[in-house]
Write a protein that binds this ligand. Structure first.
Ligand code: FES
Length: 204
């Protein structure tokens, strides 16, 4: 079992060596995929984000032990991996529910009701941002802009976008997720209007 903790990851002088934590959990499980990812990049460190995705897909979050392993695989320091994981909100530092609801709280969505939407979710699921339902189904996060600013209020649930969310839509989305694990109301990304024939002609 790896004995390092977040404090150790934050120490910029701490370069990983096998004596600190030599786990190969990710490599053991996904060795072929990792080799294929590494082969795409002339500079190994460029594979950092794809490897973090592999880790998160496996466990639902990126553990400290896996950050250590990725650092070793890419010749990085653990703090370099840690700072990337903590910069992007799509990476989770702790386990999340089966459905991770991320509500955009940035300006454009705030102007059209993201706070109200968070209030609906709080009422319907009994959780605030940063919390998970006791059944492990839902986790709520409030995040910065998800680049669908023209179609707010919006949220991302796992890999899917839901835009121009109303309370009625939210009810249907939550019911769909509970019953089937997905929802036909997903839109993303970008619920832009279909281009008109004239616009299509201009683009051709
Ligand atoms: S402000 Fe909400 S997606 Fe950009």
């Amino acid at each position: 079992m790896c004995s390092v903790n977040a404090r150790s990851l934050e120490r910029p002088d701490r370069r990983l060596d096998k004596g600190v934590c030599g786990g190969t959990v990710l490599k053991d499980k996904y060795g072929k995929e990792i080799d294929e990812i590494l082969s795409r990049y002339p500079v190994k460190r460029s594979a950092l984000i794809p490897l973090l995705y592999v880790a998160q897909r496996d466990q639902g979050y990126v553990s400290e032990a896996v950050m250590q392993e990725i650092a070793r695989l890419l010749g990085l320091t653990p703090p370099q991996v840690y700072e990337t994981v903590t910069f992007y909100t799509m990476f989770n530092l702790k386990p999340v529910g089966k459905f991770h609801i991320q509500v955009c709280k940035s300006l454009m969505c705030a102007l059209v009701g993201s706070d109200t939407m968070i209030g609906w979710i709080k009422t319907k699921l009994g959780i605030a941002p940063g919390e998970s339902t006791t059944d492990g189904l839902f986790t709520l996060s409030a995040v910065e802009c998800l680049a669908a600013c023209g179609t707010g209020p919006m949220m991302q649930i796992n890999e899917d976008y839901y835009e121009q969310v109303t309370e009625d839509k939210l009810d249907r989305i939550l019911a769909d997720l509970r019953s089937t694990g997905t929802s036909a109301l997903k839109s993303g990304p970008f619920l832009w209007p279909e281009p008109t024939p004239a616009e299509r002609a201009r683009e051709a």
